[in-house]
Design a binder for this molecule. Structure first.
Ligand code: SAH
Ligand code: AVI
Length: 298
């Protein structure tokens, strides 16, 4: 986290949002009226379940990256009846909570959680040879990676699923920028709290001296780059200490905390192809705001 504060454009990777409080705030974001992606993806998953089931097959192994509360996964678990479910998440506390609930709800299911960072090579414990692997990456978390990182991630999962495997990826689509703007600038200020929680986390875990009243949430759609950018803006000229390091902020200077890329269907199909996959199925919600791609080996 500290290294990014020494860059010319200060930046902190979004994976650090998800401490216990950050995970809870993200779950609140998912219920906000302005934040359409969760509702759209849930609705399209529900209405396309039979076709998703045929595409993925039953009794295989389901691996989910960035599983969070495993909300949409419940629909898949009931339909696909996998022999094993491997939720992977960097947020260990939220992952443990989710696993405890899943074990109560799905007593027949083997759950093998992996607390780890999917931006680094991760080993998934081996499982019965001959079982089809399905990798699930919902929620448009792929949008938080740069297109280059997303391509490398797809290549890694392509290696994991093998020639018969499948991947399901949830992708937020390009749309009217006013809808995007509202989704990341909600009226209740939950997204602002989620963003500012990064500074509270640095204060708590790294001995930082950030004064949260002197920073503000700032999110906008960068149309040329096709992404929402989230920043924390310094409201004054100030210095902040983090452990033994001192960082100077000019008034108006920002810390870039997240990108959330939005794709067209064609753009995502070519990204998938660059990652070694062919987009074989496409499911959309009725407003065509969000897409679930069914990928297979190219
Ligand atoms: N899949 C859920 C949650 C999406 S939020 C949904 O669709 O609603 C993104 C999730 O990815 C969070 O739970 C966060 O902790 C996790 N995450 C973000 N970056 C990660 C990384 N580098 N490695 C592992 N998990 C990560
Ligand atoms: C997890 N990720 C896909 C969310 C997004 O929309 O990019 C994180 C988020 N950031 C602000 N609101 C939600």
């Amino acid at each position: 986290m500290i290294a990014g504060l020494a860059l010319k454009q200060k930046a902190i990777p979004p994976k650090y949002f998800y401490d216990a409080r950050g995970s809870r705030l993200f779950e609140r974001i998912c219920r906000l009226p302005e934040y359409y992606p969760t509702r759209a993806e849930l609705a399209l998953t529900r209405s396309s379940l039979p076709a998703i089931g045929r595409f993925c097959g039953r009794q295989g192994e389901l691996i989910e990256y960035g599983s969070g509360s495993s909300l949409k996964t419940r629909l898949l678990l009931r339909r696909l009846r996998p022999a094993r479910y491997v939720p992977v998440d960097i947020a260990a506390a939220a992952l443990a909570r989710a696993v405890a609930r899943l074990e109560r709800e799905f007593p027949w299911l083997e759950v093998r959680a992996v607390a780890g960072d999917f931006s680094r090579p991760l080993s998934i414990p081996a499982f019965g040879a001959g079982r089809r692997r399905v990798v699930y990456f919902p929620g448009s978390t792929i949008g938080n990676l740069t297109p280059e990182e997303a391509q490398a991630f797809l290549r890694m999962t392509r290696g994991q699923v093998g020639p018969r495997g499948r991947m399901l990826v949830g992708v937020d689509l390009k749309k009217d920028s006013r809808i995007l703007h509202a989704a990341y600038n909600d009226a209740q200020g939950v997204t602002a709290r989620f963003n500012l929680n990064l500074l509270a986390r640095i204060n708590r875990e790294l001995g930082g001296s950030f004064d949260l009243r002197r920073f503000a949430h700032y999110a906008f759609y960068n149309a040329p780059l096709g992404r929402i950018e989230m920043h924390l803006v310094s409201l004054a000229r100030q210095q902040v200490d983090v452990g033994a390091h001192r960082f100077a902020f000019a008034a108006g200077e920002t810390i870039h905390t997240e990108n959330s890329y939005k794709y067209s269907v064609a753009e995502f199909e070519s990204l998938a192809a660059a990652g070694g996959f062919a987009a074989r199925r496409l499911w959309l919600d009725r407003r065509e705001q969000f897409a679930l791609f069914g990928l297979g080996a190219a």
